[in-house]
Design a protein around this ligand. Structure first.
Ligand SMILES: Nc1ncnc2c1ncn2[C@@H]1O[C@H](COP(=O)(O)OP(=O)(O)OP(=O)(O)O)[C@@H](O)[C@H]1O
Length: 257
């Protein structure tokens, strides 16, 4: 069943302006059509999960949204600006407002945890003071419950701890939109739940919106306001988890087996 909190969120979100609007997106690689007339609108503070079979184009979609891949046609408006028309510098500027949590975490093995968290601050906020860096790094680690790891090397931490560190690093620039690629893959159920709780609480604090790629139906159930099923390059359905769970559509039912 849908929780009362989720129903209230849905009503409130319906009143808000979209932060991402994707229109008629098309992307092929040679003969292989991956996305075709894909449309999606995401409102502020909403968590949208993209569900789809392996190879359905979820990663290609995310890469188009962060500008790593150029679509063949269509538009992707982020905070009102079409990123498909942006120059390299403009795209870099817009990335300040969009965070990305890689499936692999993308933590630098040769840097301490402190240096890993400092990295985006030094790169994107060039005028930041050393005091401010120290404060934000300490605050970031505190927010994921790992303040004591500040001077450790990544090799000393478990997979779940590294995921928390990656989350703290993603959140350190206070992104307004966060894209998560399979955030709980490879983690045990208890650690997965902790990561999902952290995702929800950190996002709520920043009133951020998110797109989450996931195959993990427990994660989908827990974090999604909206679930989009990507099928044959299109947005096949857009509904809540509760609506999907009672669907009789064979394409939807297969995710609940
Ligand atoms: N750079 C590329 N060059 C050629 N084909 C590509 C490229 N990137 C992706 N593809 C193809 O696009 C299709 C969609 O790939 P994508 O990685 O988006 O799938 P996915 O839904 O994320 O799958 P998975 O759940 O297994 O990660 C696949 O057939 C893939 O081979």
């Amino acid at each position: 069943m849908e929780t009362t909190e989720k129903k209230v969120n849905k009503v409130e979100n319906d009143k808000k302006d979209p932060v991402i609007v994707i229109k008629n997106l098309k992307k092929s690689f040679g003969e292989k059509v991956v996305l075709t007339d894909f449309n999606l609108s995401i409102k502020q503070g909403t968590n949208v999960v993209i569900l789809g079979k392996s190879g359905s184009g979820k990663s290609v979609l995310i890469k188009c949204i962060i500008g790593l891949l150029k679509p063949d046609s269509g538009s992707i408006s982020v905070f009102g600006d079409d990123i498909t028309q942006m120059s390299y510098d403009e795209l870099n500027e817009s990335r300040n407002r969009v965070g990305f949590l890689f499936q692999s975490n993308a933590i630098y093995d040769s840097m301490t945890i402190r240096e890993n968290l400092e990295f985006p601050l030094r790169r994107h906020w060039v005028d930041i003071t050393e005091e401010e860096i120290d404060r934000l790094v300490a605050e970031g680690l505190e927010s994921v419950g790992l303040a004591s790891t500040i001077d450790m090397m990544p090799s000393e931490l478990s997979g779940g701890m590294l995921k928390r560190i990656a989350l703290a690093r993603t959140m350190i620039l206070r992104p307004e939109i966060i894209l998560y690629d399979e955030p709980t893959t490879g983690l045990d159920p208890i650690t997965s739940r902790e990561i999902e709780d952290l995702i929800l609480s950190l996002q709520k604090k920043n009133n951020a919106s998110s797109i989450i790629i996931s195959h993990d139906m427990n994660c989908v159930k827990h974090v999604s306001d909206v679930v989009v099923l990507l099928l044959e390059g299109k947005c096949y359905t857009e509904s809540t988890y509760a609506e999907m769970a009672v669907s009789t559509d064979e394409n939807i039912k297969q995710f609940f087996l």
